[in-house]
Design a protein around this ligand. Structure first.
Ligand code: HEC
Length: 114
């Protein structure tokens, strides 16, 4: 890592080392802010089942990965199966699955606004 190496080289000169640390820290902060600006919940439309989708689907990846899709109900259904069979998502209860599927196909379907 460039930052770590630079930091070691500069360690002898304490004042410079502090400056490098500040720059590296600032860069990490910048990348963080870029990846998730603000509350990740901001990007899912309001609706029944939203909280469940947020907590279930953000366990492994950004909720953005979900929110940016526009899929039919059938494709969402297949996506849920894929998450369970291939990606290690715990099997959902019948009621939760229905709520999640209804939310996704209502708010993130191909004719939903972007
Ligand atoms: C146990 C972990 C886990 C959970 C929980 C999970 N996913 Fe995923 N999901 C993954 C992984 C891993 C990938 C990346 C798969 C790949 O691209 O190979 C992924 C990718 C995706 C993608 C992108 C597919 C594409 O075409 O690139 C979508 C959409 C998605 N997940 C939807 C969901 C939804 C909706 C939920 C909640 C109901 C969910 N995921 C919950 C692990 C998970």
């Amino acid at each position: 890592m460039t930052c770590a190496r630079r930091r070691t080289e500069m360690a002898a000169r304490a004042r410079d080392a502090t400056a490098i640390l500040a720059i590296c820290g600032g860069m990490f902060f910048f990348f963080d802010a870029d990846a998730e600006s603000g509350d990740p919940g901001d990007i899912l439309p309001l609706g029944v089942g939203r909280e469940l989708v947020l907590s279930t689907c953000s366990a492994c990846h950004s909720i953005r990965l979900v929110a940016q899709q526009r899929l039919s109900r059938e494709t969402w259904d297949e996506t849920l199966d894929w998450m369970i069979s291939e990606q290690g998502m715990p099997r959902l209860g019948t009621r939760d699955r229905q709520l999640i599927l209804r939310y996704l196909s209502t708010h993130l379907n191909p004719s939903a606004p972007r």
